[in-house]
Design a protein around this ligand. Structure first.
Ligand SMILES: [Zn+2]
Length: 554
């Protein structure tokens, strides 16, 4: 019913990420029907039973720390935030959860284990206080002390606050890569479980403080992980998986526990946590929209987001035990050779598209042919039997994957270089097509360079560039590390079309010929793992003349 209640008080928000924590190692988060296992998280279990809703089908959007946290802290899929490769940073134009909350008057603070959460990678943006305990590439060896520090911050931070806590305590168990290769799997699992128990023991005081007043009444808490860890599960290749470099379920399934403020004055009207367990598929990208809704804040996705809002959606309806009108598919992405994306329909099937066009090698090589696989998770939870060629479910998921790719591959950038790597000009375009363009000529862009050296792209429909150099053309194309040389003779008379056919860039409309000018073009898909190129002014007058002769600048 409508009521005259005053606007709710903004709640404190606490987000805890326990790096590398498998869903099945948190007893209360274990899926229905999973075989029993020794309890490893007694303190987390007790806190969850008393205070939290437990999501038992939560999926990470990436299998490693940097892109998964980028999704957690923005609500965006990896193809959208484009922070998918080592040492890439979150694009500056994408707002973070912390920025949005800070603009709403929240004090934003973070205590992290560093490494891929080092401020260099952009995830610290929006935090007024951000402490990283580790160096890049190192873990958090002192979780006990850091958990105590988090408790001290809970008591001292101005309210309302967002506190983000991250630890590598579980991640730094003796990893498969550091153990002798003949280490038995049960020994690996024992070491992993011991690390989980160690993490849980020192999480205890932090949970106790969150459960005590006044924090319990005023604070929403989310506890999750960025990815799991494979401990020797059989892979479809017949080999066994170790670590977290795959798109298989021991890596993608994560725990997700959500506790709302006990005092209704700190909640939006009619929001109550009724669900104890939620078995609907949810995703890490849903966490940021959930916290924003609880804070009464609207997400601001910035100028490059097009017509879409955040990729994630608030979990508040599920906390209220309201069924969703439609299952939310969960996409996960891994930008490494041999991988690509995984798409779960949330009901039964998991589709994978591993394609060098999606995850090209870092250097050289054309990559392997695209490979599709489909697993029936109900009948084959270990993902060992590929049904892509036999199941009718493959077509629907394939189509959905292509739609997601089209939605997310929001554009590309071309950086022209001449010789020694001088950046001279940036062309920005849009590339929506994954697969062969049906009609490249219909969506050709004509070159319109402005003074800043950028080519304006009028629509999001473009799949090709029309180049009209004043003579012959030779392009060395580097697309995410793969180099292709393209040559065209007397290209200026008709122009040549530079088009991406889903696997490679090609020139059409001209003949291969001698080269009169050399320009190296580095192309990058915005949104598929490459950092945004920056427009820079032409520095070298001679080079500018050559580019003018080629027709690139006016
Ligand atoms: Zn991680």
């Amino acid at each position: 019913m409508a009521c005259g209640r005053a606007a709710p008080e903004p709640p404190n928000l606490v987000l805890i990420s326990i790096d590398t924590l498998r869903a099945d190692r948190v007893s209360v988060a274990r899926p229905e029907g999973a075989p029993p296992a020794a309890p490893t998280t007694p303190r987390l279990d007790a806190w969850a039973r008393a205070h939290a809703s437990v999501f038992r089908q939560a999926i990470a959007q990436a299998p490693w720390t940097l892109p998964s946290h980028a999704s957690l802290l923005t609500g965006l899929d990896p193809l959208r935030h484009a922070t998918n490769r080592s040492f890439h940073a979150l694009p500056a134009e994408l707002p973070t959860l912390a920025e949005t909350l800070r603009a709403r008057g929240y004090f934003t603070a973070a205590l992290t284990g560093g490494g891929w959460l080092d401020p260099a990678y952009g995830l610290a943006r929006g935090f007024e206080r951000y402490e990283s305990w580790g160096q890049a590439g190192q873990g958090d060896a002192e979780w006990e002390r850091h958990a105590e520090q988090a408790v001290a911050w809970l008591d001292a931070l101005p309210r309302p606050f967002l506190l983000f806590v991250h630890t590598y305590d579980v991640h730094d168990f003796p990893r498969a890569t550091r153990l002798p290769p003949n280490t038995p799997d049960d020994e690996r699992a024992r070491l992993y479980d011991a690390a989980v128990a160690h993490m849980d023991a020192h999480l205890g005081p932090l949970l106790a403080r969150l459960a005590s007043e006044p924090l319990r009444s005023r604070t929403a808490v989310v506890i999750t992980s960025d990815h799991g860890e494979a401990l020797g599960e059989p892979a479809e290749t017949g080999a066994r998986d170790y670590g977290h470099g795959s798109l298989r379920d021991p890596v993608l399934r994560v725990p997700l526990l959500v506790s709302l403020p006990a005092d209704a004055a700190y909640l939006p009207p009619r929001v109550r946590a009724l669900a104890r367990h939620v078995d609907t598929q949810v995703r890490l990208i849903d966490v940021a929209p959930t916290l924003l809704e609880l804070a009464g804040a609207r997400p601001d996705v910035g100028p490059l987001a097009g017509d879409a809002a955040l990729d994630g959606a608030s979990l508040v309806p599920l906390l209220r035990a309201q069924p969703l009108t439609a299952v939310r598919p969960a996409m996960s992405y891994f930008a490494r050779p041999g991988f690509g994306l995984a798409l779960r329909d949330g009901l039964r099937f998991k589709y994978r598209l591993d394609d060098a066009a999606l995850a090209p090698p870092a250097t050289g090589g054309a990559g392997a042919a695209p490979r599709e696989t489909l697993f029936d998770l109900a009948a084959d939870p270990a993902e060992t039997r590929d049904l892509a060629s036999t199941s009718a479910a493959a077509a629907a998921l394939r189509a959905r994957a292509r739609r997601l790719l089209e939605r997310h591959a929001a554009g590309f950038a071309l950086t022209l270089r001449a010789g020694a790597g001088d950046e001279v000009i940036v062309l920005r375009g849009a590339l929506l097509q994954h697969g062969a363009p049906t009609s490249p000529d219909a969506s050709v862009l004509r070159r319109v360079a402005d003074d800043a050296g950028e080519i304006a792209v009028p629509t999001r429909q473009a799949r090709a560039l029309l180049l009209q150099p004043a003579g012959d053309l030779r392009l060395e194309l580097q697309v995410a590390g793969v180099t292709t040389t393209l040559e065209a003779q007397d290209a200026g008379t008709r122009g040549v079309t530079l088009a991406f056919d889903g696997r490679a860039w090609r020139l059409s409309g001209a003949n291969a010929a001698r080269c009169r000018a050399r320009v190296c073009v580095e192309a990058a898909w915005r949104g598929v793992g490459a950092p945004a190129a920056r427009a820079t002014a032409v520095a070298d007058p001679g080079l500018r003349e050559r580019l003018r002769a080629l027709g690139y600048v006016q």
